[in-house]
Structures are given as structure tokens and as C-alpha cells.
Design a protein around this ligand. Structure first.
Ligand code: SAM
Ligand code: SF4
Length: 332
């Protein structure tokens, strides 16, 4: 594969982690993401085909991207995601390829995804209490998600991570229960601060539970220490002092932004490149691609997109402007 210049922004950060959204649709309606009635879905002909995703991704891999995350919307509601995994795996054995899913369809998909070359899975789960899970996602689906996790672990989509969005008054009291799950299974449970990316625009600072508070709750029961082998990831990772399996992660996007070391790039399902979740601009790759752009043209567009990346998001500042599209339309 040919080598191209790395994607470097004006602050010296290098984009090496690509999140690829395959759909804006979802079978859940998480209260912090999507309204109960859903959203106007993107027309199918505007979605990149798997071959188009592979081509853009190949160019970005030539530019130094090493980690690929398949996401959405809910990626597993799009048909044959294993076909995409196979196309992406063909771009390099050394690429880290993972999926972020709500887990509902994971039990049946896990084996095929693993066989296609997927390395690991991250599953979102906001509560271990059935009625609360339903209240957070508007789906009575906790059992299916837990089964999805078990099957994913069994087929080797490991290390398994759980993403838990913590919202004041809803689930912050479950931190220790999640820690028990991590200790019993070896999963890494990552607590995510609630961000103003919900389509309903109901976010308020009062709903944000600082990661430091969640970590303190766990530490009081199960003492934690920083995990020495922190990856260049937005989450800080902790292990249990008593040596129990499992990890605890904290993604403090609001109270302790990790923008200074952010290495992420996002490709939306309709082929727009975004250097930051919160950027107001999107770089159209689908139009040029379908109009016959060369690989060099695509690489130049990606380089310009990354070069324009801001120093950091403005959440909580007077001049904060929410991006036009919410989380499920961008790809989390
Ligand atoms: N549907 C899949 C899922 O839920 O895992 C993948 C897409 S989802 C948009 C990706 C991640 O974004 C999930 O872990 C979800 O919990 C998180 N997320 C969605 N809206 C959020 C918000 N307003 N603040 C923080 N995290 C959010
Ligand atoms: Fe769907 Fe994921 Fe958004 Fe929940 S967070 S509504 S599962 S896209």
C-alpha cells in the first residue's frame, strides 16, 4: 500500500483513528441521543456503499490511519456489516478494527463479524436494572444486550468494552454495580459524560455527572489505580488495586476535555468527513468520489479537513454552537 503524508492539524495532532458510520438509523431511542419518534433518515442513495467506504478508508490508511471503528446510528441494523469488515480487513492485518453497538443484534452477528476480521466490540449499556434500561433507551432490551456481550466475549471480540453514559438522577448510583460487572467478567466499563449532542436539545449542564465523581464512588468500594498501559485514547483507564480482572474507564469530554491529544476523524454514513464531533463544518467526500475524484484528490480533501481542526470544543463557553447534526447522524 502506498504511503501518503500524515494528516496533521494546525496544532500538531495527527489523525490516526477513524470512526466510520454506516447508518444513521437505530432500533433504540436513547434519551440522550434520539427522540422517541426517530429522526428523518438519510435517503439510501446518499449512504456510501461498502465499496465506497473501503476506498475512502484505504486512502486514509495510506495517510496513516491505524484504528477503524464501525459505528452509527446502530451499525448492526445495516445489512451485512460483516461484508464491510472483510473489505476493511483487506486494507491491513495490523489495523485495529472494532465496532460500537447497542448490542441488541450482537448475539447473532458476533461470530460472522469475528470471522470477517473484526478485532473487538464496544457495547453501550447505561443500566443493569431492567426498568431503568428501558427508561434510558425506550426499549425493554437489557437481556438481549447482556446476551450479546456474552456471545461477543465467547467468540473472542475482546477486550470487550462497555460504554455507559451517566446522567444525573438516572444512573449515577449504578457505578459500583458496573464495577462489579467489570470485576466478574474482565470487561472495561467506560463512563461517558453526557454531551450536548442529543437531537432533542435537552442537554443541560445539570445532567452531567463528572467522571471524577463516578471514579470516586467506585474507588470508595473497590480502590482503583491508573492503568499503566494507557493507549492514546480519550478515556483514562484504571485497574483494581486488589488485582481483580476488568478495567474502569472515564471519558470526561465535558469536565476534562481531551482535545489536546485527540487523534480522531469521523466519516458520516453519507460521506462527510469531520475532524471533530463538534466541528460545524463537514468535508464532502461522497460528491467528489461519485464525480470521479482520484485518490490524490480525496487525500487532499482529507488533509484540508484535518488542517482546519479546532484547538478544542467550546462546550460550556458562551460561544458554543451545537453542530447541525446530532450524535446518531454523525457517528459516535
Ligand atoms: N448505536 C451504537 C451505540 O449506541 O453504541 C453506536 C452509535 S452511538 C451514537 C455511540 C456512542 O455515543 C454510544 O456509546 C452512546 O452512548 C454515545 N452517545 C450518544 N449520545 C451521547 C451524548 N449525548 N453524550 C454522550 N455520549 C453519547
Ligand atoms: Fe441508537 Fe446508539 Fe443513539 Fe442509542 S446512542 S439511540 S443506540 S445511536
Amino acid at each position: 500500500m502506498r504511503q501518503r503524508e500524515a494528516l496533521v492539524d494546525g496544532f500538531g495532532r495527527i489523525a490516526s483513528d477513524l470512526r466510520v458510520s454506516v447508518t444513521d438509523r437505530c432500533n433504540f431511542r436513547c434519551r440522550y441521543c434520539m427522540p422517541p419518534e426517530g429522526l428523518p433518515w438519510m435517503p439510501k442513495n446518499e449512504l456510501l456503499t461498502y465499496e465506497e467506504i473501503q476506498r475512502i478508508t484505504r486512502v486514509l490508511v495510506e495517510c496513516g490511519v491505524r484504528s477503524l471503528k464501525i459505528t452509527g446510528g446502530e451499525p448492526l441494523v445495516r445489512r451485512d456489516v460483516d461484508v464491510l469488515v472483510r473489505l476493511l480487513r483487506a486494507l491491513g492485518d495490523d489495523l485495529d478494527i472494532s465496532i460500537t453497538t447497542n448490542g441488541y443484534l450482537l448475539a447473532e452477528a458476533a461470530r460472522g463479524l469475528k470471522d470477517a476480521g473484526l478485532d473487538r466490540a464496544t457495547v453501550s449499556c447505561d443500566s443493569l436494572v431492567r426498568h431503568r434500561f428501558k427508561e434510558m433507551t425506550l426499549r425493554d432490551a437489557l437481556d438481549q444486550v447482556l446476551e450479546g456481550l456474552r456471545v461477543a466475549a465467547r467468540v473472542g471480540l475482546t477486550p470487550i468494552k462497555i460504554n455507559t453514559v451517566v446522567i444525573r438522577g438516572h444512573n449515577e448510583d449504578e457505578a459500583v454495580e458496573f464495577a462489579k460487572l467489570a470485576r466478574a467478567t474482565g470487561y472495561e466499563v467506560r463512563f461517558i459524560e453526557y454531551m450536548p449532542l442529543d437531537a432533542q436539545e435537552q442537554w443541560s449542564r445539570d445532567g452531567v455527572v463528572p467522571s471524577a465523581e463516578v471514579l470516586a464512588r467506585i474507588d470508595a468500594t473497590f480502590p482503583l489505580e491508573p492503568d499503566g498501559d494507557d493507549q492514546p485514547e480519550p478515556s483514562s483507564s484504571f485497574r483494581f488495586v486488589d488485582g481483580a480482572p476488568g478495567r474502569i474507564g472515564a471519558i470526561a469530554s465535558v469536565t476534562e476535555p481531551f482535545c489536546a491529544t485527540c487523534n480522531r476523524l469521523r466519516l458520516t454514513a453519507d460521506g462527510q468527513l469531520k475532524a471533530c464531533l463538534f466541528s460545524l463544518e463537514e468535508t464532502d467526500l461522497r460528491g467528489p468520489l461519485r464525480d470521479g475524484a482520484s485518490d490524490d484528490d480525496l487525500a487532499a480533501l482529507a488533509a484540508a479537513c484535518v488542517a482546519s481542526k479546532w484547538a478544542g470544543h467550546r462546550i460550556g463557553k458562551k460561544d458554543f454552537v451545537k453542530p447541525a447534526r446530532s450524535m446518531s447522524m454523525i457517528g459516535g
